[in-house]
Design a protein around this ligand. Structure first.
Ligand SMILES: [Zn+2]
Ligand SMILES: [Zn+2]
Length: 252
């Protein structure tokens, strides 16, 4: 498997990166994992949007799904389109959320039907296959319906935290994974709200508890110090750990 970072700026786009979005390639299949602000432009540097085998959304905050509207326009109106409807794996309200984001008026929202673009596959339906890639998920601890995602192909595994506070379900999902792509949004402090995001230390602790092979930190907001979060993670996780960068490529 190969992971390509489209954007890794936490909570919104920053001066150096789009918001959250990742392209995963395995066995001839390409899928996009979150598509936050600014990532659709980056996506086109790496893959033809008509070649996507699936869209996977961890949750429906704008920094993880705002550019789905751009993908809809592209697939509908590009001269090469329209392509066949692509599976969209996500929270149960994805269909309504993406229609509201796409349609600019109440009248249009009533009439908006995206079934020509997406076939909705809610995570609550259980594990799924995206070509040769096995997809499983687990609910995580965020203020909305949100999931961690595990992708497996030919014995290799990538787990993505999405947005979450510390939770056992993420540890269980990530158990033994080759790579954990994990959010680290703020520095460690007892004053942080519970169940929203992870500190660098908590991301490192999750990687350690799940005994993953490698930790990739992401979702650092423009106002946070990534080096500080990296140092926090290193103190509690003995394996290799680094901050991802836009357009970074990682072999799983
Ligand atoms: Zn986020
Ligand atoms: Zn979020």
């Amino acid at each position: 498997m190969e992971l390509i970072v489209l954007g890794c700026s936490g909570s919104g786009a920053g001066p150096d990166s789009p918001a959250s979005g990742y392209l995963v390639r395995a066995g001839g299949t390409s899928l996009v994992l979150d598509l936050g602000n600014g990532t659709f432009g980056a996506l086109q540097r790496h893959v033809d949007p008509f070649e996507l085998g699936a869209v996977v959304l961890s949750h429906l905050h704008p920094d993880h799904c705002a550019d789905v509207s751009g993908l809809i326009v592209h697939r509908r109106y590009h001269p090469d389109g329209p392509g066949r409807a692509v599976p969209l794996h996500g929270p149960s309200e994805s269909e309504v959320r993406l229609a509201v984001a796409y349609a600019p008026s109440s009248d249009e929202r009533v009439a908006t039907d995206l079934s020509d673009v997406f076939v909705y596959r809610p995570f609550v339906g259980g594990p799924a296959a995206i070509g040769p890639v096995a997809l499983s998920s687990a609910p995580v601890d965020h203020p909305c319906e949100a999931y961690g995602v595990r992708l497996e192909h030919e014995g290799r595994s990538l787990v993505y935290s999405g947005d979450t506070g510390p939770c056992q379900s993420l540890v269980d999902l990530a158990r033994g994974a080759d790579v954990l792509l994990c959010e680290a949004t703020w520095s460690d402090s007892p004053d942080r709200p519970r169940g929203v995001h992870l500190s660098g230390r908590q991301a490192g602790q999750t990687a350690s508890d799940a005994d993953v092979g490698r930790l990739l930190l992401t979702h650092v907001p423009p106002w946070a110090d990534g080096a500080e979060l990296l140092e926090e993670a290193r103190k509690v996780y003995a394996g290799p750990v680094e901050l991802v960068v836009p357009d970074g490529r990682y072999r799983i």
